[in-house]
Each structure stands twice: as C-alpha cells, then as structure tokens.
Design a protein around this ligand. Sequence first.
Ligand code: SAM
Length: 319
Amino acid sequence: MTQQHIPVALDRCIELLTPAIEFSLQHHDATYVIDATLGLGGHTRALLARFPTLIVIGIDRDERAIELARKNVEPFGDRLLISHTTYDQIEEVLLEHNIAEVAGILFDLGVSSMQLDDGERGFAYSHDAPLDMRMDQSTGLTALEVLNTYEHGALVRILRMYGEEKFAPRIADFIIEARNEGRLNSTKDLAELVKNAIPAAARRTGGNPAKRTFQALRIEVNQELSILEAAIPAALKAIAVHGRVVVMAYQSLEDKIVKSYFSEITESKTPRGLPVDLPDSAAKYVLVMRGSEAASEAEIVINPRAQSMRLRAVERLAA
Ligand SMILES: C[S@@+](CC[C@H](N)C(=O)[O-])C[C@H]1O[C@@H](n2cnc3c(N)ncnc32)[C@H](O)[C@@H]1O
C-alpha cells in the first residue's frame, strides 16, 4: 500500500459478506460487490484477493482517495470499476455499468486516515490549514464559507445537531464576532476561538473542546447525514435475494440512522398477536446479528480508529 492505512474489521467484513458472495458465485455468471466507501481500497483489495472472479464497484467522493486506491489495488485493477460520486447514487452507478443487482454492499463511513492526516484538507484541529473540510474538493461550500455566510441561528443549529455542543450559542457569538473582524481563516483560528468561547471549567474535561465543532462543520459541509439517509434505502434495494449490506459507523448520529432503517425493514408488518405472518407482510430482510458489534480490544490496540466503530449487517430474504 502506498499510504499507511489499516482497514477496520477487515476479516469480519469479509466473513459477513462471504455467504452472499458465495451464493451469487454459485448461481450467477458474474458476481458484484459495491464498496461504497472505497477510500484507499483496503477492504476492496482484500475482497478481490479472496474471491478471484469477483468484480468490485468502488465509490468515493474524494478524487485523491480514488487515485490512491487505483495504485493500491493495481494487481487486481481489471476487476475494479470506479465511480467518483456520493454513495447515495448507487442506482445511477449500477445503471451506468449496466448491472442489475449486487451480492453485497460495504459502507465504512466517515473520513479516511489519509484525509485526516493530510494537513492541507482542514479536517484536523491539530494541523493548521485552510478551513476546507470537503471530501470532494471539486464541489460544494467549504467550512470557511459556511462559517462566513450562515446566520447565527443556523450556526447554533448545526453545532447542536451535528456536534451535540452545549455551548453552541456562545461559539456562534464568537464566530460572528471573529468573522466580522476578519480573524477567522484557518483551523487554528477556529480551534482557538472555540477554546475561548467555552467556560474554563468545561474546558478541563472531555478532550479537545474543538472536537465537537469540527465534527459538526464536517457533517454540514459534506451533508453526511442526509446522504446516508438516502444511501441506506438505495443499498437495500440494490442487493439481490441472499445479498447483504454491511455498515461500519464511527459516530452515534450515523449509527442511529443505520440502526433505525435496519430495524424498520426487518420487522414483520403483520399485526402483533397473529400466529403467522400475513401474505406479503413478512419482513423481506433479516438482521445478520442482533444489535451492533464493536472491534475487538486487540484490534483497538493496533488501530485506535476502530475504538468507536459500530458494525451492523442485514440480509435480503425475498424480492
Ligand atoms: C473510512 S474511509 C474508507 C476506507 C476504506 N474502507 C479502506 O479500507 O481503504 C471512508 C471513505 O469514504 C468516502 N466517503 C465518505 N462519505 C462519502 C459519501 N457520501 N459518498 C462517497 N464516498 C464517501 C471518503 O472520501 C473516504 O475515502
């Protein structure tokens, strides 16, 4: 691999997708899996190595990630189709490649280690950089544009909703004051500003006080939650019978969306109390595991990024 990167829960993801892939290999001429978050190609590479005829469709909104994934997956490159888009576009991507359905879809949500470590992208409060935070640098508002143009109320709303920030109104006051005085230009300016906005007593607990503000801005800039809201139903529609969708989420707002879709589609619509499912009201999907899984202690020691990961999976039972 050209960049230092350890794919999270790699063996478990492959294990979860294996029955769906093997079923498809036995019953179809061609078997496809979508890696909805190609990143540096860690999971894709392992899937292509494990299944010698599998074709992976890799989606990523970050052109730099795609460039690196191409290099990392080079030995298997002829079995990787790549789309530079957001993962809610699954239906369009399949149409573009003339593919009707897939055996599995993997989501490894959030930003990659490459994006965080690249000091120029503005994701990390620990590197001084321009306030960009766009995963796709070819489109959309930067974090600085959000900070410079949103009204006080809108800033409070995103800090509260996406950062669960208690001091949202105070931070918004400080943002407005700093932008009016031309003092808000870089990640360092923002991290300092948040530190000053938060009461001293609250600063002593809970890690870097800028963490929640950076998370909120990143979610807003990349429209992460609304895209995920559209992507999960699109993924559920795109998998074949016996196909599986596997999702790794790293923060509770994303995990809540996944959990809620997965519970809804795995519940029978037959009224409670009836002994058998009414025709057409049995659930068409089943949870592969109850609740969610976390990474093992051993994995977290090697790869601290795995600490907050929650993994969920569903399987399609019927058309
Ligand atoms: C955690 S990384 C994936 C790492 C990958 N599994 C690997 O092992 O190399 C997440 C990737 O998803 C991409 N991404 C995040 N949100 C996306 C979206 N809405 N649509 C498409 N790609 C997205 C990011 O650009 C990033 O490259």
